[in-house]
Design a protein around this ligand. Structure first.
Ligand code: ASP
Length: 325
């Protein structure tokens, strides 16, 4: 009896671990995006969630956990059960939060498993409608004559827009007034209403507004011009008078540390397939995004890139002397 029980129990243990991995995922997956709905990160998360549905055979539900520049959502995933059912899609903030916050409840990369870099997402410096500057040279003068009365919107300390604004102020040796939001979607609404003056925003959200001539555009924040029809004549900020200015946003997919290797492998394989989805590629390219291929799509390549970005930005942030609690 005892022997029989032991062998049945043994089979059950073997079976359960086998099926736990073989059948993953057997229920919907939650993809946390650490900003509010309607912004660039949210858009990317929704496109990726949709493209992951087929290779995973499960629905991927996007959950917005905005606030504190992306650190609230990141902390939530760092603490989640590491079973592959709670994932995070986050941008460059993963590499910069540590240098920006004195108190952070999670560690990067220690508390996460890297699943692959999703894309590169260029940003542009935009201004409210009617702003009395038609190019970057004029904007520079306007900022110099307006002092700290200039409002600079961002998605909280650690967000890409915050980081870019920080770089801008330091390059211009100007003090502007930062206005934090829980994501750049509400910041864009306020910019359209004329309540905030300037913002660095990812092309993802900015392009439709630039096309509709609803906002002014002053420069591309990364080193290459964008090939999108509406932006191909827009200079980079480096060309426009801020040599070396380079804020290039990218997004990555993460799981909590300790997620079983077989589950990670399944998720990485699904991400690779999702990123070859012609629909996803078309949608991303139309918004100026470059879908990742090659080494950075491997967990080890993603981790290496994350470490390099963390190192690079910590130097820049330290030099700017910028911290939050
Ligand atoms: N674009 C935002 C940022 O500045 C975040 C967002 O709302 O997607 O980081």
């Amino acid at each position: 009896m005892n022997i029989l029980w032991r062998s049945v129990a043994g089979l059950a243990v073997l079976g359960s671990s086998h099926f736990a991995f073989a059948e993953f995922p057997d229920k919907p997956i939650t993809l946390v995006v650490p900003f509010v709905a309607g912004g660039p990160s949210d858009k990317i998360a929704r496109d990726v969630a949709e493209a992951l549905r087929k290779p995973l055979g499960q629905t991927v539900v996007v959950e917005n956990a905005g606030g504190a520049g992306g650190t609230i959502g990141s902390a939530k995933v760092a603490r989640a059960t590491p079973d592959g059912y709670t994932l995070l899609v986050h941008h460059i903030g993963m590499a910069t939060a540590l240098a920006l916050y004195r108190k952070l409840t999670y560690k990067v990369p220690e508390d996460f498993e890297t699943l692959g870099v999703v894309n590169e997402a260029p940003s542009v410096l935009i201004g409210k409608p009617g702003l009395a500057a038609n190019n970057f040279a004029e904007l520079r003068q306007w900022i110099a004559s307006s002092g700290d009365k200039v409002n600079l919107a961002n998605a909280g300390v650690g967000s890409a827009s915050h980081l870019c604004g920080l770089m801008l102020q330091s390059a211009l040796k100007a003090n502007m007034t930062p206005v934090p939001y829980k994501g750049t979607a509400p910041a864009m609404t306020d910019m359209l209403g004329g309540q905030v003056d300037l913002m660095c925003e990812q092309a993802t959200n900015a392009v439709p507004q630039i096309e509709g001539k609803k906002v002014k555009v002053y420069g591309v924040t990364s080193l290459q011009r964008l090939q999108l029809p509406v932006l191909k004549d827009t200079p980079t900020l480096a060309e426009a008078g801020l040599p070396g200015f380079n804020v290039q946003v990218w997004h990555g997919l993460y799981a909590p540390k300790g997620t079983p290797p077989a589950v990670l492998a399944r998720l990485n394989a699904a991400l690779k397939l999702a990123l070859t989805d012609p629909d996803l590629i078309k949608k991303q390219e139309a918004l100026g995004l470059t879908v990742t291929t090659g080494e950075r799509l491997e967990p080890a390549g993603h981790r290496k890139f994350l470490e390099a970005e963390k190192e690079r930005w910590s130097q820049v942030i330290k030099a700017a002397g910028q911290y939050a609690d």
